[in-house]
Design a protein around this ligand. Structure first.
Ligand SMILES: [Zn+2]
Length: 480
């Protein structure tokens, strides 16, 4: 639980200071009875802005992209889904997942590392998607409107904190807030059954093994009984009653038996997170043991984890040998190719790494990790023009990736192009939801005194656009 504490603390501190700030959208007055989808999304975005800067937010494009791909596959089979979803990973060893307002679903790394199959992980995600698709969260916030809207975001974060650590929450949420939180818990209990039912349908329709759900719940309950004090958070925040498990088991009986092999991506992501959790030396021993068993299913993820640990202990010679074996075994896995680039770079083979990445970005143009790493290598080896070309083609694929703009800003800075540097930073801030910071950057850039006629007029037009957008946003917040 120690690991959970800082996140909860950071979040609550952020809420308390933010609750007083005037940029907090007021989400309506007492007379309104429902929270609109747009308001719910806004509330979620606001919470996410705090979460994205918290140290426990796992900023790992490969893990994030995997969990989103899995999440979207499930969402595609969810009933009456009209909203956007975004999945994110929280670096926390406890076993948990949670849904925030606005379709944001958080997954703890502990859930991924302890899942015995991809279907188990999918089962927990499907349950959370069930909460969203049944509008449990929206309904809850609608109920809370009587409690006064200014505290809604604070409450959402308090609940999030409570999900990670009930003790902290009960201590931190004072008076009426605590009463509200209690209501939230009871309300959640009432919704568990429905989320299970919808979650099972989603799981089944998406081609995963529905039996993974009761299996996983039972395992959680067993560990809950054994280790009452360090119980997995999921068991605390999603009450595991005998009835609940029996109910899920009953429903599963009627479904066809299905054996679903885990995807290679799931196995690699799990190995990646396991490798991070261990000390590098323990990790080398752990993955070495797995490889000794010579099981076909564990060989590629085992070797992937081993190479990660070998990089951490700086044994580049062995990392290179193991990587060559892994590439021969799974030549088409983007995560393996991406790690191979890192091995070459770390081993000091700059020339080889550049050729390797040049080919890799052609094969996997949409892979963020490969693009970022290649751009980093080009910048570190003083080739900002080539970095700019790479980033420009990556932006053609995704215009909403703030990291690409940050790398672009760095490239312009290396070339001494100040206007363009600040222009790129402005785009990054705007994507992160901070319009005032974006406007600042454009103003700084325009004062820098460089840039040709076209760059200047384009930056001026963009400044006008962002100012109008910012004014509109402020007006909206006052009106709601
Ligand atoms: Zn639940």
């Amino acid at each position: 639980m120690r690991l959970v504490f800082p996140l909860a603390c950071a979040l609550l501190a952020a809420v308390l200071s933010n609750a007083l700030a005037d940029d907090l959208p007021e989400l309506g007055d007492v007379s309104r009875t429902t929270i609109t989808a747009q308001q719910e999304r806004q509330l979620g975005e606001q919470i996410m802005r705090q979460i994205r800067v918290a140290p426990q937010y796992l900023d790992d494009p490969e893990v994030t992209d995997y969990i989103n791909a899995l999440g979207y596959r499930l969402v595609a089979n969810a009933p009456n889904v009209e909203q956007q979803f975004e999945f994110f990973v929280v670096d926390d060893k406890s076993v948990n997942a949670f849904a925030l307002p606005g379709g944001f679903i958080g997954v703890h790394t502990g859930l991924i590392t302890t899942a015995q199959s991809e279907s188990e992980l999918a089962a927990v995600l499907a349950h959370e998607i069930g909460h969203v698709s049944q509008r449990h969260i929206a309904r809850f916030f609608t109920q809370q409107k009587q409690a006064g809207m200014a505290s809604l975001a604070a409450l959402a974060l308090a609940i999030l904190a409570a999900r990670s650590s009930p003790d902290l929450a009960s201590a931190a949420i004072a008076g009426s807030q605590y009463a509200t939180y209690q209501t939230a818990i009871n309300f959640t209990r009432d919704n568990e059954r429905e989320a299970d039912r919808v979650g099972l349908q989603i799981l089944d329709k998406s081609g995963y093994d529905p039996r993974a759900m009761p299996g996983f719940l039972e395992r959680l309950q067993r560990s809950y009984r054994l280790y009452e004090t360090s119980a997995p958070s999921y068991a605390r925040t999603h009450p595991l009653t005998f009835e609940r498990i029996a109910d899920v088991e009953g429903r599963v009986q009627a479904m066809p038996y299905r054996q679903v092999p885990d995807s290679l991506e799931f196995l690699l992501v799990r190995a990646r997170l396991q490798a991070r959790d261990m000390s590098p030396r323990d990790g080398v021993a752990y993955f070495d043991d797995i490889l000794v068993e010579k099981k076909a299913v564990t060989e590629a993820p085992g070797r992937y984890g081993l190479v990660m640990e070998l990089l951490r202990v700086k044994d580049y010679a062995r990392a290179t040998r193991e990587m060559n074996l892994l590439l021969r075994q799974t030549p088409d896995a983007a995560m393996v190719v991406s790690l191979a680039g890192r091995v070459k770079t770390a081993a000091g083979d700059v020339r080889g790494a550049q050729d390797f990445y040049a080919n890799a970005v052609k094969r996997f143009p949409r892979n963020r990790a490969i693009t970022y790493d290649y751009a980093r290598l080009l910048l570190d080896t003083k080739r900002p023009k080539e970095a700019l070309q790479l980033i420009s083609s990556a932006l053609d694929i995704s215009r909403t990736d703030h990291r690409l703009y940050e790398l672009q800003a760095e490239s312009f800075a290396a070339l001494g192009q100040k206007l363009q540097q600040h222009r790129s930073l402005a785009e990054a801030y705007s994507l992160l939801g901070s319009l005032p910071a974006a406007i600042d950057q454009l103003q700084i850039g325009l004062k820098a005194g460089d840039g040709d006629f076209y760059q200047l007029s384009s930056a001026e037009a963009r400044l006008k656009e962002l100012r109008a957008l910012d004014a509109e946003r402020r007006k909206d917040q006052r009106q709601q």
